[in-house]
Write a protein that binds this ligand. Structure first.
Ligand SMILES: Nc1ncnc2c1ncn2[C@@H]1O[C@H](COP(=O)(O)OP(=O)(O)OP(=O)(O)O)[C@@H](O)[C@H]1O
Ligand SMILES: [Mg+2]
Length: 384
């Protein structure tokens, strides 16, 4: 039987609250006009969006305390399947404050970001036993899943190589493994060679120790660096690695980094940049797929089959950029699960990310918006 299940794994799931205020001011009492409470964290947002678009999905990860219980109850209320392993303490509350006046100013030209303030608690902690229980849960779910998506940051107590271990465990059960993370957690996952990664521009720049791209040319250069393109911009060929090249060779230290286990994963500095010198890993063929999201500027992507792709999204009256990347990931996974070719999966991803930018609530997608936006997204091949 063909597997269709998408399992999302969120190690740092959250209960999200959004406060909508006519005007938000520091150093004074603020009365909240409207309040939204919903289950959150990257993979939880992703699962909710897949579910709203009719996909078969399950949200897994850690949850703890009252916030964890509320999180599970909110998922139940929305009909989203879940399987959370208990952790210590309290799952985090992530508070988003929307300043309506700043929002109106934003729609007349100033930055949308100024209308949004986020306060994110540190979250629960995990023990080695809880990590082991999660690994077993992911293994079991991966057996029935087409895709396992590992999403977000690691909680206190989880070592940096946690994602590498999860990638290997899920792959061993026959699932495709996608990673949406940043910093040391993303860097350490690369040694286990996930099938797809999806950093945004600052995350990719942090990973490679490169500046955040300021225009399309520098974004393309960053993607090339991410996929380990050679000097002529060609994609590395697939196939097994036979030797370990000179570590001073231009690295592709990102997704071409390899090891057969997490033990040899590329070492990341505090900022997540891969370190050089003796710690540089051997080169190996790039990951099958990489996507670089660029907010309102859409995305760039690469696959072995399609080369480099540019994804353009229409200008929309965006309300909140929070969770757009998670929605993009949801559309992408759904596209794969439906057997769409990669460019079409990207189109669905971009339409879904853009549809969620129209909503205040991360994880809320209107399928009618997605349908409408699908026709307005352009996916084109880039030369080289
Ligand atoms: N202002 C916007 N207008 C139109 N589309 C947007 C906008 N912001 C985001 N998107 C859509 O969402 C996708 C992902 O956005 P972005 O690069 O901001 O992700 P992200 O930084 O990973 O987000 P997050 O991690 O908060 O979910 C974009 O490729 C685009 O399709
Ligand atoms: Mg993101």
């Amino acid at each position: 039987m063909k597997r269709t299940l998408i399992t999302t794994v969120t190690l740092n799931a959250a209960l999200d609250k959004t406060y909508v205020l006519p005007r938000f001011a520091l150093h004074t009492a603020n009365r909240v006009g409207r309040m939204l409470v919903y289950p959150g964290g990257k993979g939880v947002n992703m699962a909710r969006v897949v579910h709203q678009l009719g996909g078969d999905v399950l949200a897994a990860g850690f949850a703890a305390g009252w916030n964890g219980e509320r999180l599970a109850a909110e998922l139940d209320a929305r009909g989203v399947k879940h399987r959370f392993v208990p952790a210590c303490g309290e799952s985090r509350l992530a508070l988003t404050i929307i300043d309506e006046e700043a929002e109106r100013e934003a729609s007349s030209g100033a930055g949308l970001a100024r209308a949004v303030t986020e306060l994110i608690e540190p979250g629960h902690r995990v023990t080695p036993q809880q990590l082991e229980a999660l690994l077993e849960t992911v293994q079991e779910l991966a057996r029935q899943s087409y895709i396992v998506a590992l999403c977000g940051s690691l909680p206190e107590g989880a070592p940096a190589d946690t994602y590498a271990a999860l990638v290997e465990a899920a792959r061993a059960e026959g699932a495709l493994v996608f990673v949406d993370s940043s910093g040391a957690a993303l860097a350490a996952s690369l040694g286990a060679r996930p099938d797809l990664i999806k950093p945004n521009a600052p995350e990719a720049a942090g990973l490679l120790g490169a500046p955040v791209p300021s225009d399309e040319a520098s974004a393309v250069a960053l993607l090339r660096q991410l996929i380990g393109a050679d000097d002529r911009g060609g994609l590395p060929a697939a196939g097994p690695q036979t030797s370990c090249p000179d570590p001073s060779a231009s690295l592709s230290a990102g997704i071409t980094a390899t090891s057969d286990t997490a033990r040899n994963a590329p070492k990341a500095g505090a900022d997540g940049a891969l370190s050089g010198g003796e710690d540089k890993p051997c080169l190996r063929p790039a990951l099958p797929y990489a996507v670089l999201t660029l907010g309102a500027d859409g995305a760039l992507a690469a696959s072995r089959e399609d080369g480099l792709l540019r994804v353009r999204v229409p200008a929309v009256p965006a309300r909140s950029a929070v969770g757009c990347g998670d929605a993009f990931f949801a559309g992408l996974a759904l596209g794969f699960a439906r057997g769409l070719p990669f460019p079409e999966a990207l189109r669905l991803a971009a339409a879904t990310g853009t549809a969620v930018s129209l909503q205040l609530e991360a994880g809320a997608a209107d399928p009618a918006d997605v349908q409408r936006l699908l026709k307005l997204v352009a996916v084109e091949r880039l030369e080289g």
